[in-house]
Design a protein around this ligand. Structure first.
Ligand code: ADP
Ligand code: MG
Length: 464
């Protein structure tokens, strides 16, 4: 048997017999290296650490057996990384752990001049762990990246927050840019689309003409990736423009991929004509990952960060932290960072200690929403009915936004429920309010951060 055929046959057997479906995502990119019949070594070459460790951990024994079966005697398996694998950005000990300075790949040479794709390199298929929870969405995403605009058009992915929609959407874009450098790929959040449109409309009033530019921007692309499209609901002009761009692209066989936080039929105030467009193509949902996938995600994260944390501790974190992948990653980062700051080994004890704090978070779930609004009302000396009411005085709006933010953060209520609590407001209004506060926090508005911290203390009756 030829060398590569030998490996192909082993891969084939592994794929068919292996239980974890995400393993199959890593196997096809492997190659056979050197087979040394004197030293009895059998080398497999992997495109990256992530793929190597996944395969080695999950399938190492099986591979050894299959090699023995095929070659008639036991060989030591060498797991190598391809020399021409693209270096991933590495986190060094000096680099900030939470760096948000993602390198944008708008400057990709091959892309048409002055065209901003808004893609982030960090989100690729290579670091996307596939499991039963997202297998369908992943497979369709892959097929689209191979052949944009051909089948599965449009493609809509929906899931709860923090379950990997943005990651998958961006991965599609990055892969298409790689496979088809001539294609114009545009990633847009609905908020970007909305802001763009608002700008265009204002300019039209003042100067004239730019609405056409707006329209042109969106219909001259080859692949449109739109994140969180539910946010256009309830906005007539935005929906009109969206419908126009969508149809134009669709008729020209341009690929469209969208994400939403729920099935389109459940999005209130989204025009029927738009819903029916979404349903013309493929729809896939994504669920919370099981424990195997959660562990795999954290191991991948560890490799990317080159963090020193063993598998046992990772498994502990994956078992201990529920909620979305974003929350899981957050807990993992907390543990790793604490160990680093305290200069201690990142083991189960360390994880236990750090995660115990999250017991506080579990308590948070028992806090009643009314308590949150009461404490905000007391702190700012504003009546609850004013916070809930329609008036738009600056201090009222401010305390209202804080209420939105803390109802989300502490009580973890859905936006719609928060809207209902706060005087029957629309979920997009709530979304924007929360966004405002989040922006202030990330812009280090210390006054606000301090106020929130004091309010939290009075909500919990202790220092958090
Ligand atoms: P959503 O858009 O659904 O809210 P994101 O795509 O922002 O979720 O994912 C939240 C975080 O979890 C990101 O850091 C993302 O990279 C990570 N993540 C989500 N799904 C996966 C996955 N299947 N494999 C690896 N990382 C994932
Ligand atoms: Mg997202």
């Amino acid at each position: 048997m030829e060398k590569q055929d030998l490996w192909k046959s082993i891969v084939g057997e592994l794929e068919v017999t292996s239980a974890s479906s995400y393993i199959s995502a890593f196997l096809p990119k492997t190659n056979l290296g050197n087979i040394d019949s004197v030293n009895k070594t059998f080398e497999i070459i992997f495109p990256n650490n992530l793929s190597r460790d996944n395969i080695k951990n999950k399938l190492g024994e099986k591979i050894e057996l299959l090699v023995k079966e095929r070659l008639g005697e036991k060989y030591q398996i060498l797991y190598s990384i391809s020399k021409d694998s693209i270096e991933k950005p590495k986190y060094t000990s000096n680099a900030p752990l939470f760096s948000n300075n993602f390198e944008r790949i708008n400057e990709i040479k091959e892309s048409p001049i002055n065209f901003e794709s808004h893609l982030l390199k960090e989100y690729s298929f290579d670091n996307y762990i596939v499991g039963p929870n997202n297998q369908l969405a992943y497979s369709v995403a892959r097929a689209i990246a191979e052949n944009p605009g051909v089948s599965y058009n449009p493609f809509l992915i929906y899931s709860g927050v923090g379950l990997g929609k943005t990651h998958l959407l961006q991965a599609i874009g990055n892969e298409i840019v790689k496979n088809f450098p001539e294609k114009k790929v545009l990633y847009t959040t609905s908020q970007d689309f909305l802001n763009d449109l608002m700008d265009a409309l204002q300019h039209r009033r003042n100067k004239g003409g730019t609405l056409r530019e707006f329209k042109n921007k969106y219909i001259k692309i080859d692949v449109w990736l739109i994140d969180d499209v539910q946010l256009i609901a309830g906005r007539d002009t935005t929906q009109d423009e969206f419908y126009f761009a969508f149809n134009t692209l669709y008729l020209n066989k341009k690929q469209i991929v969208l994400t939403t936080d729920r099935h389109p039929s459940e999005i209130k105030k989204l025009e029927e004509r738009i819903k029916s467009r979404f349903k013309m193509g493929m729809i896939a949902d994504m669920q919370s990952p099981d424990i195997d996938v959660r562990c795999a995600i954290l191991r991948a994260k560890r490799d990317l960060m080159e963090a020193k944390i063993d598998n046992e501790t990772i498994d502990y974190i994956a078992q201990r932290v529920f909620g979305s992948i974003r929350e899981l990653e957050g807990a993992f980062l907390q543990v790793v960072t604490q160990a680093k700051i305290n200069n201690e080994i990142c083991d189960i004890n360390c994880a236990k200690r750090v995660l115990e704090k999250s017991l506080v978070q579990e308590q948070e779930k028992n806090i009643k929403p009314v308590k949150i609004v009461q404490e905000i009302s007391k702190f700012y000396n504003i009546e609850i009915r004013e916070i809930k009411g329609p008036k738009r005085d600056k201090n009222l709006v401010y305390s209202r936004h804080i209420s939105m933010y803390l109802l989300k953060e502490i009580a973890r209520l859905p936006l719609i429920t928060i809207g209902e609590i706060l005087g029957g407001r629309d979920h997009t209004t709530i979304m924007h309010g929360i966004q405002k506060i989040e922006n202030e926090i990330s812009n280090k508005n210390y006054k606000l951060i301090k106020e929130i911290s004091i309010i939290k203390q009075s909500i919990f009756g202790e220092i958090v």
